[in-house]
Design a protein around this ligand. Structure first.
Ligand code: ADP
Ligand code: MG
Length: 641
């Protein structure tokens, strides 16, 4: 075995070191979770072995019953967690316990604040894991032997949880992993039967294989002789948990706590889920599913490289994590398991993609999630708001991805609107429709860079005056997403900055006539402005959408909006120059002053200023800010003379 047999001391990866430190210090108030994490890993290891044994039954050797054992020694202050799962070889143990493979770890660590309370929340989102052993231990030994390898291929990993760890080759007779925790002095209370059983029951009842502990000596009326002889016997073990896959147990039998703990096991999340849905389907297809809505977005929600999806089981046998084929991507924040009786045990990701059974499960599961969201929205406003704030932007991908369900998704959306004028998105389209004015047949919206520019857009002036509500959209995806939404409840969506303002029946005939009149009269004036501004503008026209502002910019009916242009440009597309329509308010004193201006220089200065101001009001950037300032200062000087 040469060099490998020797003991080797290795350093933790920098990120692992930081995480260890953080873990020990910020999770102190919830230290008993170490056992949940270690049992969770042991259960994963059993799942992986069972899966590997489908192709290679020999891996199970003569030890086919998978289980976890928890022992303790109160004198030595140790707890031992033993599993006969897949195990780890030397390279794997160094890799899995010495480094953190998750992408985005560095980013995650950068986002920490140093405030232990806040950071402990964050670390919960990141997933706690093996290092939680060091919350209660000052030394951890991990003995492991990979399934299929011989007894002399065992490996020992040992660390005090500081800067480094030791790996050493050892003999290990049995397959799997044994973890020995040497408890810190202050934590010796954990090495005690009652306490440990309590923790196992609380956190691991949902684990589908038995978690065994030594049977407690309850028969105190045994005579001494019997007691003595018993002492010599090997201790008897019993299962402390129910040891049945949670999702196949009937709903009526399950307590909320069990759902919550199961969620934490499969999601590696630290917080309770907001809601869940547990179902068993029988008929042409047979499957069970358990779906959860998380309360917090993971730190890497927007990282496209991270695999997401449900945990797939086939007839109780774990097949794979992150099976993304069972839900559309806009529901990728949903966690859960699906256990099918129809899919073949030796299924691969490629086969899943083509399996028509998977497709029909996907549409049924999608419907379940949408119903669960709808129910939460109806029954528990506060929690739905939480969910929306975390995942609303992801849900907005729905109408584009899942055309068939766009009505359902539309009912789940929340917006900021001119009704509340608050940045929080808490108004549904149903609320909007209920507040529509007589004669209003459209849902009006404005998109902008930020909530504040949307809120103060000059385009809203006439809507405010007439008391018509407008959705205030300021997320990057909004313009794109609403173009796929198309309509709600038979009402089309209308961008208030696009095309000529047409309020339809909301304008009186009298108003319309008056407008036409004044438009005609203004024609020579409009031409004069157009000449002065040249090809910066597509068109100059009068508008009646303004009450306070002198002018605004709008988008020609078929042009792309600013947000979409930015998205396209970011994707490497070169976009043709954008020319807005310049609309002026004929009632405004500045515009009337401009109309009367005889001096050509002053006319073009004032026209240019109005144009630039309109651009600024949209949250736009000026091509030539210096000229704008010069012109404005010239006017100010004129004023003061
Ligand atoms: P996670 O469970 O989220 O992957 P952990 O920190 O809990 O993260 O565990 C890190 C890795 O160590 C696991 O992904 C697994 O590969 C390995 N591991 C931990 N415990 C065991 C075990 N009992 N048997 C086999 N592998 C294990
Ligand atoms: Mg884990």
């Amino acid at each position: 075995m040469g060099v490998e047999a020797k003991q080797e001391t290795l350093g933790f990866q920098t990120e692992a070191k930081q995480l260890l430190h953080l873990m020990i210090h910020s999770l102190y108030s919830n230290k008993e979770i170490f056992l949940r994490e270690l049992i969770s890993n042991a259960s994963d290891a059993a799942d992986k072995l069972r899966f590997a044994a489908l192709a290679k039954p020999d891996l199970l050797e003569d030890d086919p019953v998978l289980k976890i054992t928890v022992d303790f020694d109160s004198k030595k202050k140790t707890i031992t967690i033993n599993d006969n799962g897949i195990g780890m070889n030397r390279d794997e143990i160094v890799d899995h316990l010495g480094t953190i493979a998750k992408s985005g770890t560095a980013q995650f660590l950068d986002s920490l604040t140093g405030d232990e309370k806040k950071d402990s929340q964050l670390i919960g989102q990141f997933g706690v894991g093996f290092y939680s052993a060091f919350i209660v231990s000052d030394k951890v030994e991990v003995f492991s032997r990979k399934a299929g390898e011989s007894a002399d291929q065992g490996v020992l990993w040992e660390s005090g949880g500081e800067a480094d760890f030791i790996v050493e080759s050892v003999d290990k007779a049995d397959r799997g992993t044994r973890i020995v925790l040497h408890l810190k002095k202050a934590e010796k209370e954990f090495a005690e039967s009652f306490r440990l059983r309590g923790i196992v029951r609380k956190y691991a009842d949902h684990i589908s294989i038995p978690v065994m502990m030594v049977k407690e000596d309850v028969d105190s009326d045994e005579d001494d002789k019997e007691k003595k002889s018993k002492k010599k016997k090997a201790p008897e073990y019993e299962s402390v948990n129910t040891a049945k896959a949670l999702w196949i147990r009937p709903r009526t039998e399950l307590k909320d706590e069990e759902y919550k703990e199961f969620y934490k096991h499969i999601s590696h999340d630290f917080e309770d889920p907001l809601a869940w849905s547990h179902n068993k389907v029988e008929g042409k297809l047979e499957y069970s599913s358990m779906l959860f809505l998380p309360a917090k977005a993971p730190f890497d929600l927007w990282n496209r490289d991270v695999a997401r999806g449900l945990k797939l089981y086939v007839q109780r046998v774990f097949i794979m994590d992150d099976a993304e084929q069972f839900l559309p991507s806009y529901l990728r924040f949903v966690k859960g398991v699906v256990d099918s009786n129809d899919i073949s045990l030796n299924v691969s990701r490629e086969i899943l993609q083509k399996d028509p059974a998977v497709d029909s499960m996907k549409s049924a599961l999608t419907k379940r999630v949408l119903d669960m969201l709808g129910k939460l929205k109806k029954k528990d406003k506060e929690n739905y708001q939480k969910l929306w704030d975390e995942f609303g932007q992801v849900l907005k991908e729905g109408p584009a991805e899942d055309f068939a369900n766009r009505e359902k998704v539309a009912k789940l959306l929340l917006f900021s609107t001119t009704h509340t004028n608050e940045p929080v998105q808490d108004q549904s389209l149903e609320n909007y429709v209920a507040r529509m004015q007589d004669g209003q047949d459209k849902v009006f919206y404005v998109t902008s860079e930020s909530f504040n520019t949307a809120k103060s857009s000059p385009h809203l002036e006439v809507f405010r005056k007439k008391g018509i509500e407008v959705l205030l959209l300021s997320e990057r995806v909004d313009e794109w997403f609403i173009s796929h939404l198309m309509e709600f409840d038979g009402k089309q969506f209308q961008d208030v900055t696009r095309g000529e303002l047409d309020l339809g029946k909301l304008d009186s005939e009298e108003d319309k006539k008056q407008q036409e009149e004044s438009d005609k009269q203004a024609e020579p004036f409009l031409n004069r402005i157009k000449e002065s501004l040249g090809d910066q503008v597509a068109e100059v026209r009068t508008t009646h959408r303004l009450t306070d502002s002198p002018a605004c910019l709008s988008i020609a009916e078929n042009d792309m909006g600013a947000q979409m242009r930015k998205i396209m440009e970011a994707a490497g597309q070169t976009m043709p120059d954008f020319k807005p329509v310049f609309e002026i308010n004929p009632e405004h004193p500045l515009v009337q002053k401009l109309d009367k201006e005889a001096d050509e220089d002053r006319f073009s200065d004032l026209a240019a200023i109005l144009f630039d101001q309109a651009s600024l009001a949209e949250g736009g950037q000026l091509d030539d800010p210096a000229s704008y300032i010069q012109r404005l200062n010239k006017l100010l000087l004129d004023l003061s003379q």
